[in-house]
Structure formats: structure tokens, C-alpha cells
Design a protein around this ligand. Structure first.
Ligand code: GLA
Length: 413
């Protein structure tokens, strides 16, 4: 009898150990479509304050961005200033005099969600206290404050294993008990697409974006990348993305100075990539064109399509790239991106257009007798059907965004 008791106790202990080592994964289902929101870094850097964050939340609602689907308001680096004698993280009292909890409450009162930033290393990239050695303590604090989204960076991480460090924070969040979207920001250095799915909801695939359509900023020991360079760096990664686990090609630079054509092309391509749509501009002062780009609901719908299939580059002809993305109901998005500095003419011969996407198993085929309707997502109207060739001129650094759907026949209505 004693032996039996001992055995069953052992079984309980061992199974508890196994369960606690394999469970404790990320909160599932928080990002079934790519997260949408705003983050302070691209425009404001370290110049963050509760005033800015509150005004941004107000502007997100007033501008119509909330209606268009934007949800998270995320403070990036520099909100934190020290740790107290017990090791708890302390927000900068000058810049956040009401405290982070009050700020989170305010954002929630607007029907929005609240995000914050930390780093797996001892120090954040701007030199503020990082979470290394304080992961559980920080996660507990975030849960108490009402944080909904955590961006977790990768500076000062000497001798840390990326999978291990991000798993530690993911488990800390789980233990703290509040569902928090976990944004892995280690710049693609350790192939997070191979291990990120169980750990977080999105992972950066590259170094930082640079506010430029097509250029590289070289800082010597590191580089930051224009929108087109980031686009090229996504090569080979689409198979790793899907609902609740996204490739993150970094935050948007829409509204930070690119031409209107360029910001339209940049935004559309992030939609094509099923990328998180995290605005990075000053929402309090947007010109109408920028707002029009950020709130194009038809382009956003391509990004938020429930299949969550990342688009692919199908062809390159004379600097014009054809990108395709399968959508629900056998619809497709087809984008023509003009990367050159001169206008380009394109002709689409639908009679000879047949593509099979091996990854999703979806087929696009306009060669048969079925007729498909073509919608231009920037003109926001139907521009014809696949019975006759499409001819168009695409301005420099601009894009033509089409959505193709089956014609509603009388019998199918
Ligand atoms: C890194 C990240 C950026 C930003 C800064 C903050 O560079 O990649 O997105 O968070 O740190 O210091």
C-alpha cells in the first residue's frame, strides 16, 4: 500500500512538472488577424509623455482610425526610468505624472487597447532598464496596470539565447494571467519565424525601418532600411505566417514625409504582406491624404482577411512587381507595384492568367469561361471585368491595387 501511495505521489509530481514545462505558452487567439494600432517610436523616439499618448488615443478615435480597425496605442522606449528598491519598474514621473495605470484606464475608456515596451536585455535600446532578471516581476506589473500588448526588444542581450529569453517573458505573461499580445522584436537575428509561433503573436523580421521609400541608412555597425528594402527582406518567409503568428516587417512610416504615392504603395504592400499595421506618425496632425491612406478600409480588408495568408511576388516586369494574395471566398488581391522613378504602362491579359499558389493550394484562373469582376481599391470602385485586357499607367513609386471576385450570377444570388 505504501509503495502504491508513493508511486501515485511520484506520478502526480512528474506530471505536474511536465504540464508546467510544456503548457505556459502564449495566450492563444489574441491576434487572429494582424494587429492594428499606433506606436510612438517612428515619429517621437524618446520624446514620449502621458499627454502625447492621451492625445494620440483621442485622435485615433476622432480621425476615424479606430473605426477603420486600429486598436492598440503602444508606448515604445523611454517611458521607464529606474527600478525601485524592490526591483519593480518605475515610469518617468515627469513625463507620466499620473502613472501608467491611469493612462491604461484612459485608453481603455476610449474603447482602445494599451501597449508598452521592454527589452530582453539589461538595458533597452535607448539605455533604460530592461527586463532581464525581472521578467516575472515586470509581467506582473503590466498585468496590474492593464497592459494589452508588449513589444519586447533585443538590445544588451549578450550571452542570452533568443528562444529562451522570449520564452521566459512569454511564460511570465502567462503566469501573470492577463492576456497580452506578445510582439517579439529581435530583428530577425535568430530566425524567430522558426520558433516564434508558440512564444508570441508577431516577430520582427528585419532591422529598423527607415523613413524612406527606397534607400538604406548606414550607421556603420548597423543599418536601417527603406520600405522597399524591407519588402525584399521578406523573401522566403511567407510560409511561417498565419493567424495568431505574423511576420512583422516593422511599423509604418506613412505620414512621416514620403510622397503620397509612396505612402500609398508602402501601406498597400504591408497589407499584401499580412503585416501588423502599426501607424508611426503624429495622429494629431495628419494631412487628409495620409489619413486617406491609413483608413482605406478596402486595403485594410486585404490585410485583415481571415485566411491570414501572406501575399507573394508573382512576377517582375520592367520594375513593376505583380503581387498576389489569396482571400476568403476564392477572391484574390493583385497589386502592381511600380518601383521605378518613371511611370510604367501595364497590360493584363486575363485570358492567359492562371496561377497556382502551392503554399495555400489556391488557384487563380481567369482563362476559362467564368467572368470575374475587378475592383480598384484606391479608386474604390469596379473598373471592369476579366472579359477584356486591362491597361493602366502606374505613376512612379506607386501601386495599382485590384481585388478580383467572381461575378454574381442571377442563379447564385
Ligand atoms: C529598437 C527597435 C525599435 C525601437 C527602438 C527603441 O531599435 O527595433 O523598433 O523600439 O529599439 O529604442
Amino acid at each position: 500500500i505504501r509503495m502504491k501511495k508513493l508511486n501515485s505521489i511520484l506520478v502526480i509530481i512528474i506530471s505536474t512538472l511536465i504540464v508546467s514545462s510544456v503548457s505556459a505558452q502564449k495566450f492563444e487567439g489574441l491576434a487572429k488577424t494582424p494587429p492594428m494600432g499606433w506606436n510612438s517610436w517612428n515619429k517621437f523616439g524618446c520624446n514620449v509623455s502621458e499627454k502625447l499618448i492621451m492625445e494620440t488615443a483621442d485622435a485615433m478615435v476622432a480621425s476615424g482610425m479606430k473605426d477603420a480597425g486600429y486598436q492598440y496605442v503602444v508606448i515604445d522606449d523611454c517611458w521607464q526610468i529606474a527600478r525601485d528598491s524592490l526591483g519593480f519598474i518605475v515610469a518617468d514621473p515627469q513625463r507620466f505624472p499620473s502613472g501608467i495605470k491611469a493612462l491604461a484606464d484612459y485608453i481603455h475608456s476610449k474603447g482602445l487597447k494599451f501597449g508598452i515596451y521592454s527589452c530582453a536585455g539589461d538595458r533597452t535600446c535607448a539605455g533604460r532598464p530592461g527586463s532581464r532578471g525581472h521578467e516575472y516581476q515586470d509581467a506582473l506589473m503590466y498585468a496590474k496596470w492593464g497592459v494589452d500588448y508588449l513589444k519586447y526588444d533585443w538590445c544588451s542581450t549578450e550571452n542570452l539565447n533568443a528562444f529562451g529569453a522570449y520564452t521566459t517573458m512569454s511564460r511570465a505573461i502567462r503566469e501573470a494571467g492577463r492576456p497580452i499580445v506578445f510582439s517579439i522584436c529581435e530583428w530577425g537575428s535568430n530566425q524567430p519565424w522558426l520558433w516564434g509561433k508558440e512564444v508570441g503573436h508577431l516577430w520582427r523580421t528585419t532591422g529598423d525601418i527607415y523613413n524612406c521609400f527606397d534607400c538604406i541608412q548606414d550607421y556603420g555597425s548597423w543599418k536601417s532600411w527603406g520600405a522597399m528594402q524591407i519588402l525584399d527582406l521578406q523573401e522566403g518567409l511567407r510560409q511561417y505566417a498565419g493567424p495568431d503568428h505574423w511576420n512583422d516587417p516593422d511599423m509604418l512610416e506613412v505620414g512621416n514625409g514620403m510622397s503620397n504615392n509612396e505612402e500609398r504603395a508602402h501601406f498597400s504592400m504591408w497589407a499584401m504582406l499580412a503585416a501588423p499595421l502599426i501607424a508611426g506618425n503624429d495622429l494629431r496632425n495628419m494631412d487628409p491624404q495620409t489619413l486617406n491612406v491609413l483608413t482605406n478600409k478596402e486595403v485594410i480588408a486585404i490585410n485583415q482577411d481571415s485566411l491570414g495568408i501572406q501575399g507573394f511576388r508573382y512576377a517582375i516586369n520592367d520594375s513593376v512587381e505583380t503581387w498576389m494574395k489569396p482571400l476568403v471566398n476564392n477572391e484574390w488581391a493583385i497589386f502592381y507595384l511600380n518601383r521605378s522613378k518613371s511611370p510604367k504602362n501595364i497590360t493584363v491579359d486575363w485570358k492567359n492568367f492562371s496561377v497556382k499558389d502551392d503554399l495555400s493550394g489556391k488557384t487563380f484562373d481567369t482563362t476559362g469561361r467564368n467572368v470575374f469582376v475587378i475592383r480598384d481599391l484606391w479608386l474604390k470602385k469596379e473598373i471592369g471585368d476579366t472579359k477584356k485586357n486591362l491597361s493602366a499607367t502606374i505613376p512612379p513609386h506607386d501601386i495599382l491595387c485590384l481585388q478580383i471576385k467572381q461575378k454574381q450570377t442571377k442563379s447564385s444570388k
